[in-house]
Design a protein around this ligand. Structure first.
Ligand SMILES: Nc1ncnc2c1ncn2[C@@H]1O[C@H](COP(=O)(O)OP(=O)(O)OP(=O)(O)O)[C@@H](O)[C@H]1O
Ligand code: SF4
Ligand SMILES: [Mg+2]
Length: 381
């Protein structure tokens, strides 16, 4: 913990606690309100997107102050595409995904402002929800069925006391309450087959602890698929697995995107995975998006000094750990972010302009955006 966390006086701590209580109470009341669906229906900026995140702020109201974990994030996920979210540990990747799933742990963790527009589909057709405005009681309309999530460690998401079959069947029952037990089992076996499990009947009758890590991740993916989601969020889905299994799971995810005709939001700190899997890349730094664009652009023409640093720090087959590039310095304290570019203290290319306002996002080529004073146009001059 940095020094500045400990410098608060008793009076300041009490003032923060009082202010936190007031804000958290009002945000919790908003989250738990009852309202008509029309209150959170909206329209997409573009019909070709499945998800549009706009100026999202997700905060943690802690005793030391407000942690702005996601601090004005905007990006789109086009239909039928994979968007990779990349950035160093702590930059807000998971908090962004937890905000989309509305899984932030309240009262401390809250979506403070912004929009999360999602193109949902049900029996009555397509409609667009602003997930950020949905009362928590209505979140079942999208969570787990329209949007499914695959976590890094499957053991924390699987219930150890139920068999894989019981847990998979449950997903079908939630999705289709009229299904018979036989229908649910048939669907579960079909899903296990789809994720490449050779003897699905055996896995169906197993408990989670009886399976290997790779097998459990396959089960998690089959569970995510059982509800035919339109969007899968995979948060570091292969980090806990060994290298061979990692490659298999990534192959599986790639195949499945085509099979389900949906989109994937793939969170990772590994640019190699992004290069292989993604169509678009969003680079995050300290709770903000600093560069985004089509994968070829970001790899062949990275512009932000941080993205360039990330690429240099990527291990390759012929680099030994001694020669790895490391971006020097640390991310600023998330409680007291400066007004200027957050990367300034680590940037070797900074100029006098960089002590001014935080750089605006500019489009440097079609769909390639960067927030850095080096690339200007009118916004950053
Ligand atoms: N419950 C919490 N209370 C306070 N701060 C939190 C909490 N959860 C996350 N944060 C802070 O939010 C910021 C973003 O965290 P997040 O988990 O989104 O990072 P990440 O990019 O997913 O990192 P990693 O690659 O390590 O998973 C970090 O500064 C983290 O310390
Ligand atoms: S705005 Fe300035 S300090 Fe920030 S990344 Fe660009 S050059 Fe570096
Ligand atoms: Mg994370």
């Amino acid at each position: 913990m940095s020094k500045s966390y400990n410098r608060l006086t008793g009076k300041e701590v009490r003032a923060i606690a009082k202010e936190n209580k007031r804000i958290m109470k009002s945000l919790e009341a908003y989250k738990n309100r009852k309202c008509d669906e029309s209150e959170y229906l909206t329209t997409m900026k573009s019909d070709s997107n499945i998800l549009e995140i706009e100026d999202l702020h997700s905060y943690f109201f802690t005793e030391q102050g407000t942690v702005k974990a996601v601090n004005g994030v905007s990006f789109d996920i086009p239909k039928y595409s994979t968007v990779g979210i990349v950035g160093e540990s702590g930059c807000g990747k998971s908090v962004t995904s937890m905000s989309v799933m509305r899984l932030l742990q309240g009262p401390t963790g809250q979506i403070y402002s912004g929009e999360i527009r999602f193109n949902a589909k049900d029996e009555s057709g397509e409609k667009v929800y602003d997930i950020a405005k949905m009362p928590i009681r209505d979140i079942h309309k999208i969570r787990g069925n329209q949007i499914a999530m695959i976590f890094q460690e499957p053991m924390t998401s699987l219930n150890p006391v139920f068999t894989i079959g019981q847990q998979l069947d449950e997903v079908t029952f939630i999705h289709n309450p009229k299904a018979t037990k036989e229908e649910a089992k048939a669907k579960s076996i079909e899903m296990l087959n789809l994720v490449g499990i050779a003897i699905p009947e055996r896995v169906y009758d197993s408990f989670p602890h009886e399976l290997s890590g790779g097998m459990r991740q396959r089960v998690m993916i089959s569970m995510a698929l059982a509800a035919d989601p339109r969007l899968i969020i995979a948060d570091e889905p292969t980090t806990a697995l060994d290298v061979t299994i990692q490659a298999q799971i990534l192959d599986l995810l790639r195949d499945l995107k085509d099979k389900i005709d949906g989109s994937i939001m793939l969170i990772t700190h590994d640019l190699g995975i992004i290069a292989e899997m993604a169509d678009y890349v969003v680079v995050m730094y300290a709770g903000r998006v600093i560069e985004k664009g089509p994968v070829r652009e970001i790899f062949h023409n990275p512009l932000h000094p941080y993205t360039i640093g990330l690429q240099k720090s990527k291990p390759t087959l012929d680099s030994s750990s001694d020669t790895l590039f490391n971006i020097p310095g640390n991310v600023p304290n998330p409680i007291n972010m400066p007004n200027h570019c957050y990367f300034k203290e680590r940037c070797s290319r900074c100029t006098s302009k960089c002590s001014g306002d935080y750089p605006g996002m500019v489009e440097v080529s079609p769909n390639h955006f960067v927030a850095c004073h080096l690339y200007g146009g009118e916004n950053n001059d």
